[in-house]
Design a protein around this ligand. Structure first.
Ligand code: APR
Ligand code: ZN
Length: 272
């Protein structure tokens, strides 16, 4: 018996019964119901409906800024690069702090309340998962968080708000009050080493889950983008929810091309 789950419509199986094809969202809902825990992986695409541009879509951040200017080696070795880096972060500051979570963030909180969320692995630095009320203990931030700033020498930490005031008072390159060291948001720049605990935990959780849902990520930045593959290697089902194709669509058990803020709440509404 062949059941095609990716096409809507009706098919007649050998027993002549009309089989209503399950919609993709219903299929994912059934998979969520059939497992104990789900691992969800998010990227910048889940925050575009909150008004924060992603990186690689037309009009995204890397259309406006050259990511090569923000390589970690450049940031720590060149005052000019730090000036550009802080200018970008300063321009993004109000976009991020004024952004409100959208239905995809809240649907994740609902999934957790249902006792179905094992953990959320996110590449996002915008703090919107936390702002939506998701349990901090369930969140693994692979690329850090923009709400904190730390000195790279003495590790003295500052709030991002405090440093924004410095920037608005004309300081172009903030440095540490204690040791004059380099200050940087606690986000992971290209070429900077990944946070060890979060990365190891994310790999362990991905390899041991039964259902892995990747949402709003182009899945091109490594090692974060290895997590869906670890899940497949571990025998999990892989679902990808994204507006545009990703390099891993071929490995996915189901691909839904749509807005996370529309698709994911619809899936949750179907989960018992
Ligand atoms: N719903 C679903 N998908 C969306 C939506 C939406 N509302 N809006 C955008 N997308 C998709 C885009 O089509 C794109 O494929 O989300 C993806 C976002 O991809 P990127 O911009 O590459 O963001 P991300 O995958 O998070 O980038 C990874 O790269 O620049 C670094 O450190 C940064 O964490 C970031 C990493
Ligand atoms: Zn310092």
């Amino acid at each position: 018996m062949v059941i095609l789950i990716k096409k809507r419509g009706c098919k007649r199986d050998r027993r002549g019964k009309m089989k209503e094809e399950l919609s993709r969202e219903v299929q994912v809902a059934n998979w969520i119901n059939s497992v104990d825990k789900v691992v969800v992986f998010t990227g910048a695409g889940v925050s575009t409906e909150s008004g924060i541009p992603d990186f690689r879509s037309p009009g995204g951040l890397w259309d406006r800024y050259d990511p090569n200017d923000f390589l970690y080696q450049k940031i720590i070795s060149s005052e000019e690069s730090r000036k550009k880096y802080w200018k970008m972060h300063s321009e993004l500051y109000y976009i991020i702090i004024e952004a409100e979570p959208n239905p995809s963030h809240y649907a994740l909180v609902d999934l957790d309340k249902m006792g179905k969320l094992d953990c959320l692995i996110t590449q996002n630095i915008d703090n919107l998962h936390q702002k939506a009320g998701l349990d901090e203990n369930k969140i693994l931030e692979l690329h850090g968080n923009t709400m904190k700033v730390a000195c790279l020498s003495c590790h003295n930490s500052y709030t991002r708000k405090e440093i924004q005031e410095w920037l608005e008072n004309g300081i172009e390159v903030p440095c540490c009050e204690k040791c004059k060291g380099i200050l940087k948001p606690t986000t992971i720049a290209f070429g900077q080493s990944m946070p060890v605990r979060e990365t190891e935990e994310a790999e362990r959780k991905s390899r041991n889950c039964e259902l892995f849902i990747a949402m709003g990520s182009s899945l091109v930045v490594h090692p974060a983008a290895l997590m869906p593959l670890y899940a497949k290697e571990g025998g999990a089902r892989l679902v990808i929810i994204n507006l545009t194709p990703t390099p891993y669509d071929g490995q996915a058990d189901l691909v839904i091309s749509g807005k996370a803020g529309e698709v994911f709440p619809e899936i949750l509404a179907t989960v018992k």
